[in-house]
Design a protein around this ligand. Structure first.
Ligand code: DQA
Length: 146
């Protein structure tokens, strides 16, 4: 099975972007770690990043047609985008929301996620490990042990 990993705005700058908040690991390193874990779990990940809201909506639609599930870090669109929320609600596959930082202990405007009500669950605060936990979580959700 294939899991789509969708990274939103500014995540292409990971490694140099506010390292005090987001650490020094690059997006490429996160994607490599996801690919490695996916291989060990017998699944495939396809990782994509865009700074553009509509592109993220398009990718969610494509994942709905081609993938078994989605892991999304929508970045700041988490806190603003009804369009991304509606795209998640529209597709028939499970979606897990992840964040590097713990959005609930940061500025007030980051506490609300438009996506949270339409995803399986949200994982935040574990840095790059949030993505790996998200992958484990969605696989468990798709292939529950007996
Ligand atoms: C983020 C948290 C968001 O509030 C922020 O806008 C980001 C990154 C995270 O991964 O911690 O761009 O989604």
């Amino acid at each position: 099975i294939t899991i789509a990993v969708i990274h939103g705005p500014n995540l292409n700058l990971l490694g140099t972007r506010e390292p005090g908040v987001y650490g020094s690991v690059t997006l490429e390193q996160i994607n490599n770690a996801l690919e490695q874990l996916a291989e060990s779990l017998g699944v495939r990940v396809v990782c994509q990043q865009s700074n553009h809201e509509g592109v993220l909506v398009d990718w969610l639609h494509q994942a709905g047609a081609n993938s078994a599930g989605v892991i999304i870090n929508a970045g700041a669109y988490t806190h603003t985008s009804v369009a991304i929320r509606d795209a998640i609600a529209a597709i028939q596959i499970p979606v897990v929301e992840v964040h590097l930082s713990n959005i609930h202990k940061r500025e007030e405007f980051r506490h609300h996620s438009y996506l949270a009500p339409v995803v399986i669950g949200q994982i935040c605060g574990f840095g790059p490990t949030s993505y790996l936990l998200g992958l484990r979580g969605i696989i468990q959700h798709l292939q529950p042990p007996n």
